[in-house]
Design a protein around this ligand. Structure first.
Ligand code: SF4
Length: 352
């Protein structure tokens, strides 16, 4: 075993972070945790993981559930394509693998939503297969440990990092080693200023010796997210409001209030509703503002309330939903503020 690996495992034995999925060997549970952890903080994932596993304890339970239930359990976690892919993957496991997840990383990669990192993570943690699971944390630790200045976004550099990471994976305890690398990257070898004084790899670390750790890895500058303006409509038809189930790739399958891109005046918006959506909404009232930041987009939302007559039908793709049932609907976090405004009855205060 590489001496750096030994030092890392010793540190992990005394410092592993406690998480509800730690210590489990069930590949399905590990898979669920890894998908939830993509782009999401550990503290956020804890409760979601416990609830999700209680509701869908096996790949079979997940495969057979209605998609709406899966999205509801995912509500607030964001990146909903993860939930949809997880369910499609569970169906594949049932159909193609008799309900048992395969052990081989290459085979795992055939399952919907499982990429190189997740396949190696499942294979090493659940089955002890000695392969490196290389995510952003591990890229950072390896780049620093080897003082590697290549851009990890480039395939050639990425392969080089994976090769260096593989050198450290022990034949025994591969899963612990991969989890130790993740913990080290999340708690000590953090972006910006690493805490080298507390690091179990310090004596092996070339960047620490060279004083270059803070500048590694050499990532290209990220583009700022694009701002998109929306008018969002909180319509009241007696005790109901109008929702639309999204068909777009982003947030597909989730329910949103009617939205129109661009900021309009109340008069323009009234015309838009009448002509484009056949909704006789007049006398629109400003109901507030909201803002939601996604990775590549920021939604700036002006909220408007209006009443429509009791017999108004829902346009195609929309549905009238009782306001007191809004909590049951799978809605993205971007709709939290408008949903709360309706639930608190604020539209009733401002509408005639
Ligand atoms: S010594 Fe510092 S830079 Fe090197 S791996 Fe440890 S925390 Fe990261």
């Amino acid at each position: 075993m590489h001496p750096a690996t030994e030092a890392l495992l010793r540190w992990y034995d005394g410092n592993a972070r406690e998480m509800p999925w730690r210590g489990i060997r069930d590949p399905y549970g590990i898979w669920v945790s890894e998908i939830m952890l993509q782009q999401t903080r550990v503290d956020t994932v804890r409760d979601y993981f416990v609830r999700f596993m209680r509701r869908f304890p096996t790949a079979k339970a997940l495969a057979e559930a209605p998609e709406e239930d899966v999205l509801k359990m995912w509500e607030g976690l964001g990146y909903y394509s993860r939930a949809r892919n997880l369910q499609r993957g569970a169906r594949q496991i049932l159909e193609d693998y008799g309900g048992e997840m395969p052990r081989d990383p290459e085979e795992l990669r055939r399952i919907r939503g499982i990429g190189p990192y997740t396949s190696c993570s499942i294979a090493s943690i659940a089955f002890g297969i000695p392969v490196p699971a290389v995510d952003g944390n591990v890229i950072r630790v390896i780049s620093r440990l080897r003082n590697y200045t290549g851009n990890p976004m480039e395939p050639k550099s990425r392969r080089e990092i994976e090769r260096m990471a593989a050198e450290l994976v022990p034949a025994e305890r591969a899963g612990d080693h991969n989890q130790a690398m993740m913990d080290l990257g999340a708690t000590i070898c953090v972006p910006g200023t690493p805490d080298c004084g507390r690091c179990p790899l310090r004596e092996f670390c070339e960047a620490c010796r060279a004083g270059t750790a803070e500048s590694l890895p050499r990532l290209p500058k990220a583009k700022p997210p694009r701002e998109i303006r929306y008018d969002v409509l909180l319509l009241r038809r007696e005790d109901q409001t109008l929702l639309r189930r999204r068909t777009e790739k982003m947030l597909q399958g989730l329910w949103c209030f009617p939205m129109a891109e661009g900021f309009r005046t109340e008069e323009e918006l009234g015309k838009y509703l009448n002509i484009r959506m056949k909704l006789p909404a007049e006398d629109l009232k400003t109901a507030g503002r909201a803002r939601h930041v996604f990775t590549h987009q920021v939604w700036l939302m002006n909220l408007y309330a209006a009443r429509v007559p009791a017999e108004t039908p829902a346009p195609e793709g929309y549905a009238w939903i009782p306001v007191d049932r809004l909590a049951e609907m799978a809605m993205p976090a971007a709709m939290r503020i408008p949903r709360e405004i309706l639930q608190r009855g604020e539209t009733e205060d401002i509408l005639p």
